[in-house]
Each structure stands twice: as structure tokens, then as C-alpha cells.
Design a binder for this molecule. Structure first.
Ligand SMILES: Nc1ncnc2c1ncn2[C@@H]1O[C@H](COP(=O)(O)OP(=O)(O)OP(=O)(O)O)[C@@H](O)[C@H]1O
Length: 655
């Protein structure tokens, strides 16, 4: 508004009057929230029984993963854990014998003599169990990062193997985010499982000892376990549910933090004075997350507290039972002392076991997310044919009633496309923003699979072709090309050098007008273009685009797709690319998307899209003569009659 007022006043006075920038409107800032989080919704509704039902399969999966990661260490871990448990049980039993011998009647020397063998066993088994425990922990420490690596790789591989369309599905992205968190928790699963197995074995041993001392105490001990397990498991579930409910916000917050601090957004953030708005959003989302966490923590503490209280009451009943049995003469003092010791051991291993199982349960919930993603992503896994596409590229690409609707959308991005593109043809795709050009280009090269209709490459349905061979036959400059944090050479070869080596790289760079860019690099092709890292070198937008075009030219593929390849290039660069493209197109199938309609002169055919439909199809001359949308857009751009309100002849004199 300030600028408008300023320019109005400059029409009266040649000196522009500075106008103060208005302060932001008062009132609460708009609050960002994801419309729906399908992943959180479905998972948060899973109840304890369902999760418990899934637990064995999750554990089995983790076992298989560990086996794949390092089977020898896994076996060592299991052996050491079991050895530790058995040795502890032996130590406990010997302690019981030791105490009975010490508290028996007779002379001190006699009692000591009687206790000596047990003392030896207790010492040896205790030392052995410590040794086994240390070895088990060492094995777990060795195994955990390897399992994490395998779990991460499983998520990455599943993502890479998924259809590109999966990335347009919000559920897939949420699932992947949760799975990545699950993979992070894998080491905890290994450590938790080790602690649990060890505690469970110790518990079993102690319980067996109690049972031999006095069977009546056993049910009371079991009663002490149940509420504690219930409380811990329920608390873990409440915590996980809260984490799931907040999954959308957690993602939103991390994306926001990234956008607020990223180098790529830093300039716009400052010039657009967006910092305060984004920070405020960060605070609002954080407050929502913290409130959710606090509520969950309160509920979890209450549940766990109730469980612990009930467990303590049951334990008090055990002590009362021992007292009662001793006072009524049903238990001798020596046995009572041993029972006290064993019950304390039971309680200690119980506490550690319950804690471990609650942790394991909580971890397994996250690991379940990991497993759920791997299972669910299966529907997105590429299941295409194995017929190889011709290395020389298709002679003809045909489409029949081709349509594509993005996941979750109601209207099709491309609809009813019937086309025939022959090798050697140069096709220009034009149309207004959002008309479906990029989507069509991605469909024709098999990046997206049609949601209706079909595409054939030489009469073979594209879904029956081996996708790898289709993409090897395709060179593409996407609209949003990637600035790979690699050396200049790899940014052009994409890690796939040609037999000619650097000669081919320089030739492609020359064709794309990127040779001038390479000449300025301090270490030539070896220069790192990872600007955000030490020693990296950055390029301008147009220079990067030249590198991206050089990539496609270097690939030397029979199908060439350029999506707005010269949007960032200067006039000379643009002219250079299009004039060389004409030469390069011979014997290939070339598709290019452009908004600069003058460039379409070089195309054999121009396809004009509107709302996903091809509404015009013809040569430059034919489309101008047809006087349809193309002709209208062309005139607007070239400033011809009725096109240009500033210079156009068709603008009425009164305007
Ligand atoms: N990931 C997506 N999810 C949902 N809809 C999408 C997605 N990508 C594109 N669309 C929609 O599909 C339609 C076609 O998009 P497309 O990118 O193919 O258009 P375009 O002609 O290439 O546009 P532009 O000239 O702006 O690059 C648009 O309405 C767009 O909003």
C-alpha cells in the first residue's frame, strides 16, 4: 500500500515522498494446523490388546533384522544373556542353601564348614554372572547400531522402491516420518529385550526358589507383579498415543524450524520480514505439543502410580504372610530369612523387569510404526513388468484416454489425453500454470503411472516395462532440479561417467552453455558444489540451471524431457540452449515445457493444455492460424494487437 501511495504522489511531484511502512495489523496471528493427519488417526485408535497382538510379530521382525545385521553377535548376545540368568539363578539358590546352613543349629565351625561349598558356588556364579552380563552388554552395544542401520536402510529402500506417486500421498509421508522414528528406537529395542530376558530369567529362578520355600507366597508375589505391569504398559500406551496425536504438529514444527534457519530461505525470510511470524508459529505449535505431552504425562503418572500402589499393597501382603507364617510356627526363622532375601531379589528383578518391559513395550510401539510403514508402503511398491525398454528409445509413444489424479484429489491433473509421439519429433508442452504440463511429461516417461487410460512405448504398456530401463532411456531436466552437494563432475555425470570420461562432461557442458561456469570454478570439475559445507563453492541460479541442462545432455538418452529448462537463463543462454537443442533432437524424442512461446517455433508440434486437457495440437504456424488459446497467449507475450495494455495497438484511445 505504501508503495502505491508513493507512486501516486510522484505523478504530482518528481520527488518521491517516503511513506512510513504500516505496522502489522493487531490481533492474534493466524494459526497453522495440518488439516488432517490420517496416520496419527488410524494408529492412535489401536488399543493395548491390538498392540499386544502385534508385539510377537514386531519382535520376530526385530529378531530377523538383528539376524541380518549381525547373526554372530546376536547369538553371542543371546548366549551371554541366558548364561547370566542361569548363573544368577544358581547364585540365588546357593545363597538360600548358604543362609540355611548359616542359620542352622550347631557350632560356628560346623556351620561354616557346612556353608563353605555354597559360599564357593555363590562366589563363582556371581563372578560368572557379572562377566556374562558385561559380555551381553558389549554384544548389545555392538549389535544395536548395526540393527539401527538395517532398520534405516529398510525405510530408505522402501521409499526408493515406491512409486513416485507415493510422495504425493500425505499418509505415506507421515508413515515414513513415524517409521524413521521407529528405526531410531531400534537400539533401545535390542537393549530393552536384553534387560527383559535377563530380568525374566532371574525372576523365574527367584520365583522357583520361593515356591520351594513356601508355595503360599507364590500367588501373592504374582499379585504384586500384575498391577505394576498393567500400570507401566498403560502408561507407555498413553505416552505413545499422545506422540501419535502430535505427529502432524511434530513434523510441522521441524519443517518450520528448518525453513526458518535454512540458507535457501534466509534471504526471503529477511526481505519478507517473516521471522517474527514464523517464530510465533513455532511457539504456538510448541505450546500445543507441550500441552499434549503434559496431559499425557499426567495421565501416565496417575496410571503408573495406581499400578505401583496396588503392587506395593500386594508386597505388603507378602511381608505380612511371612510374618504370620513365622509367628504361627509354620516357617522356621532360617527359612523366613532366606524368604525375605529371595523376595527382595524377586522384587528387585521384578522392578527392573517391569521397567524393561514397559520400555520395551513403548519402544515396540514405535517399532510397530516402522513395521506398519514397511507393510503399508507395500501398496506403493513398484510392481511393474520386466520387459526391457529399447536402449535406442521408443519409436512411438502413444497414449489412450490417459488420465492422472493426484492422491487425495478430486479433479484430475491430466485427463483424456490421446497422443502419438514419434522418435525424432520435438514436442512443446504449453499452457497456463497448473494446466498439467509437468504431470503429462512425468506420465509419458513413466515417473507416474496413469490412474486411468494407458501409455505405450512401442505398443508395450509402460507398466509392463522395466522402469529402470525406461529411465535409463530418459534424460530429464526437471523444473525443480537438485543442487547435489557433490563435485561439479558428479553434478553432471550423476555418478555415471561415460567411456570418454571428462571429455564427455566438457562436451555436455559446452552444449548447455555450462562451459563458462566450469571455467570459473577454482578446481574445475573437482570443485565441490556443496556450498553449505566447508570448501564448497556455490553457483548462481542460472549457472545451476546450465549444470542441470548439461546433466541431461551428458546422459545422451533417446528421450529428452526439459521442464522449463531456461527459466533462469539470460537471453544469450536461452538462445544457446534452444538452438543446440534443435541439433541434439535428431533421432530422439524430445519434449520441452516452456512459458516463452517464441521458443516453441523449433518444435514440430505444440500441445496446448488447459485444465489437464489437450485443447490444441499443431505446429507453431497452424496454432497461430487457428487463433485459439496459443495464439492469444503468444500475442499477450509478444505485445501484439489486443495483447499489451501498454504498447498494444488494440488498446482503446480512451484508456
Ligand atoms: N503433488 C500434488 N498433489 C496434488 N495436486 C497436484 C500436485 N502437483 C500438482 N498438482 C495439481 O495438478 C495440476 C497440474 O499440475 P502441473 O504441475 O502438472 O501443472 P503445470 O502445467 O506444469 O504448471 P506450471 O506451469 O505452474 O509448472 C495443478 O492443478 C496442480 O495444483
Amino acid at each position: 500500500m505504501g508503495q502505491v501511495t508513493s507512486s501516486t504522489s510522484s505523478a504530482v511531484s518528481p520527488v518521491p515522498v517516503p511513506v512510513p511502512v504500516p505496522a502489522p495489523a493487531p490481533g492474534p496471528p493466524p494459526v497453522m494446523r495440518l488439516k488432517d493427519d490420517a496416520h496419527a488417526g488410524t494408529n492412535a485408535r489401536i488399543n493395548t490388546r491390538a498392540i499386544a497382538g502385534r508385539l510377537p510379530s514386531t519382535i520376530r521382525r526385530a529378531w530377523l533384522l538383528s539376524w541380518r545385521a549381525d547373526c554372530r553377535t546376536l547369538l553371542a548376545l543371546v548366549a551371554c544373556t541366558l548364561a547370566c540368568a542361569v548363573l544368577t539363578a544358581l547364585a540365588l539358590r546357593s545363597t538360600s542353601t548358604l543362609l540355611t546352613a548359616l542359620l542352622a543349629s550347631g557350632t560356628a565351625a560346623h556351620r561354616l564348614h557346612q556353608a563353605l561349598p555354597s559360599l564357593l558356588v555363590v562366589t563363582t556364579t556371581a563372578c560368572g554372572s557379572y562377566l556374562a552380563d558385561a559380555s551381553a552388554r558389549l554384544a548389545a552395544a555392538r549389535l544395536a547400531p548395526r540393527v539401527r542401520r538395517e532398520a534405516d536402510l529398510a525405510v530408505i529402500t522402501t521409499s526408493v522402491d515406491a512409486e513416485l506417486g507415493a510422495y504425493e500421498d500425505a499418509g505415506f509421508e507421515d508413515g515414513r516420518f513415524a517409521a524413521t522414528k521407529g528405526a531410531e528406537k531400534m537400539p533401545e529395542l535390542i537393549n530393552g529385550a536384553q534387560t527383559l530376558v535377563s530380568a525374566a530369567a532371574q525372576l523365574l529362578a527367584a520365583v522357583t526358589v520361593v515356591a520351594t520355600l513356601h508355595a503360599a507366597l507364590l500367588p501373592l508375589l504374582v499379585l504384586a507383579v500384575v498391577p505394576r505391569v498393567w500400570g507401566a504398559v498403560r502408561a507407555a500406551r498413553l505416552d505413545h498415543e499422545a506422540a501419535h496425536r502430535s505427529l502432524g504438529d511434530t513434523r510441522l514444527r521441524s519443517v518450520l524450524a528448518q525453513y526458518t534457519t535454512d540458507r535457501g530461505t534466509a534471504a526471503e525470510l529477511r526481505s519478507g520480514t517473516m521471522g517474527r511470524f514464523l517464530l510465533e508459529q513455532y511457539r504456538i505449535i510448541s505450546a500445543r505439543l507441550e500441552a499434549e505431552q503434559l496431559t499425557a504425562a499426567r495421565r501416565a503418572a496417575l496410571t503408573q502410580g495406581s499400578g505401583d500402589l496396588l503392587a506395593t499393597l500386594a508386597l505388603a501382603a507378602v511381608w505380612a504372610g511371612i510374618l504370620y507364617l513365622t509367628l504361627t510356627g509354620s516357617m522356621v526363622v532360617a527359612t523366613a530369612a532366606t524368604t525375605v532375601l529371595v523376595v527382595r531379589t524377586v522384587n528387585a528383578s521384578l522392578t527392573s523387569g517391569v521397567r524393561a518391559s514397559a520400555r520395551l513395550f513403548a519402544t515396540s510401539l514405535y517399532v510397530t510404526d516402522w513395521a506398519t510403514f514397511l507393510d503399508g508402503a507395500g501398496e506403493w511398491t513398484m510392481r511393474r513388468g520386466t520387459t526391457p525398454a529399447l536402449a535406442a528409445g521408443p519409436t512411438v509413444i502413444r497414449t489412450r484416454e490417459l488420465a492422472y489424479t493426484y492422491p487425495g484429489q478430486e479433479t484430475a491433473a491430466v485427463e483424456g489425453a490421446n497422443l502419438e509421439i514419434r522418435r525424432g519429433e520435438v514436442i512443446a508442452l504449453v499452457g497456463e500454470n497448473g494446466s498439467g504440463k509437468t504431470t503429462l511429461a512425468r506420465l509419458l516417461t513413466g515417473l507416474y503411472l496413469p490412474t486411468a487410460g494407458e501409455i505405450t512405448w512401442d505398443d508395450i504398456n509402460i507398466t509392463d516395462l522395466d522402469p529402470e530401463t525406461v529411465w535409463r532411456a530418459t534424460a530429464m531436466v526437471p523444473q525443480d532440479y537438485t543442487r547435489w552437494p557433490l563435485a561439479a563432475r558428479e553434478n553432471i555425470t550423476l555418478g555415471q561417467p561415460l567411456p570418454d570420461g571428462d571429455q564427455a562432461v566438457h562436451a555436455a557442458a559446452e552444449m548447455a552453455g555450462a562451459d563458462v561456469v566450469l571455467k570459473k570454478l577454482p578446481d574445475g570439475l573437482d570443485t565441490s558444489l556443496a556450498r553449505s559445507w566447508w570448501g564448497g563453492h556455490d553457483l548462481s541460479g542460472g549457472q545451476w540451471q546450465r549444470i542441470a541442462i548439461a546433466r541431461a545432455f551428458h546422459r545422451d538418452a533417446p528421450v529428452l524431457v526439459l521442464d522449463e529448462p531456461t527459466a533462469a537463463l539470460d537471453a544469450r543462454g536461452e538462445h544457446q540452449v534452444f538452438s543446440r537443442l534443435a541439433r541434439l533432437a535428431a533421432g530422439r524424442t524430445t519434449l520441452f515445457v516452456t512459458h516463452r512461446l517464441a521458443n516453441t517455433r523449433l518444435a514440430d508440434r505444440i500441445l496446448v493444455l488447459k485444465d489437464g486437457r489437450i485443447i490444441e495440437n499443431g505446429s507453431f504456424v497452424e496454432l497461430l492460424a487457428a487463433d485459439g488459446l496459443f495464439a492469444e497467449l503468444y500475442r499477450l507475450q509478444e505485445g501484439g494487437p489486443e495483447g499489451d495494455p501498454v504498447h498494444g495497438a488494440a488498446v482503446p484511445a480512451s484508456a
